[in-house]
Design a protein around this ligand. Structure first.
Ligand SMILES: Nc1nc2c(ncn2[C@@H]2O[C@H](COP(=O)(O)OP(=O)(O)OP(=O)(O)O)[C@@H](O)[C@H]2O)c(=O)[nH]1
Ligand SMILES: [Mg+2]
Length: 216
């Protein structure tokens, strides 16, 4: 039976970042997390390079304050292929955005995604801030997400580097959009072991609620 007191919301989330950082993986695996399941290698192995805009979603029940919410996270997952890569085997991020930008009306959360074992993918987030900034609105929240937390060859990004990186992304967005008042945070997860994915689900849910309140 559906509970009439539950507040239902759908939020739109776009993960951006270099190829193979785990944008599709995290969007797909969160659906398993929302059903209380752990990910496994088989699911990850079935994920292929993104060549167009992909859609994944997960629905989660969360309590904030004394309110119960049923939140649908609608992920819009673009390719990590950059226009200048000139790879003809799939559409680039820019080609996909050119096609879909009129249909993407609001993003509640942008997830700047990098692979914790690949420093370049962290450094390139600046590129992705430039690439995605026109799709944001003043209440879009931003999350800096490190994947591959399970890897042993993790690069050691210090807390200062992460904080500075996040501040840099915030500045890019607010220079472009002076009225921007979204919130930012960072989190590290593993799409293989599921570590911190419940926290991610809750963080994104809270961001959607907050972003909606700001737009009122
Ligand atoms: N060990 C481990 N592997 C991961 C993790 N996240 C993703 N992968 C693997 O990394 C590879 C790339 O993941 P994708 O989700 O396809 O990456 P993407 O960012 O969507 O890449 P593009 O579609 O090319 O832009 C896949 O083979 C995944 O199995 C993680 O947290 N840990
Ligand atoms: Mg992908």
């Amino acid at each position: 039976m559906t509970n009439p007191n539950i507040i239902r919301l759908t939020g739109f989330i776009m993960p951006v970042g270099n190829g193979a950082v785990g944008k599709t993986s995290v969007s797909r695996i969160l659906e398993y997390t929302s059903r209380g399941k752990k990910p496994n290698e088989e699911i990850l192995l079935g994920i292929q390079k993104t060549k167009n805009l992909e859609f994944e979603y997960a629905t989660t029940n969360q309590v904030f304050g004394n309110r119960e919410f049923s939140i649908t996270l609608q992920f819009l997952v673009p390719p990590g292929q950059k226009e200048e890569d000139g790879d003809p085997s799939g559409r680039s991020f820019q080609q996909v955005i050119e096609i879909f930008k009129e249909t993407i009306r609001r993003l509640d959360v942008v997830i700047f995604t990098y692979d914790l074992s690949n420093r370049q993918s962290f450094q390139d987030l600046e590129y992705w801030a430039d690439a995605v900034k026109e799709l944001l609105n003043d209440a879009s929240h931003m999350l800096l997400l490190g994947t591959h937390l399970d890897r042993n060859e993790r690069i050691e990004l210090t807390e200062e580097e992460i904080t500075a990186g996040l501040a840099h992304l915030q500045k890019k967005v607010s220079d472009f959009r002076p009225g921007w008042k979204g919130k930012s945070a960072h989190l590290e997860v593993s799409n293989l072991t599921g570590e911190n994915l419940e926290l991610l689900l809750r963080y994104i849910s809270g961001s959607i609620i907050s972003s909606r309140r700001m737009m009122r």
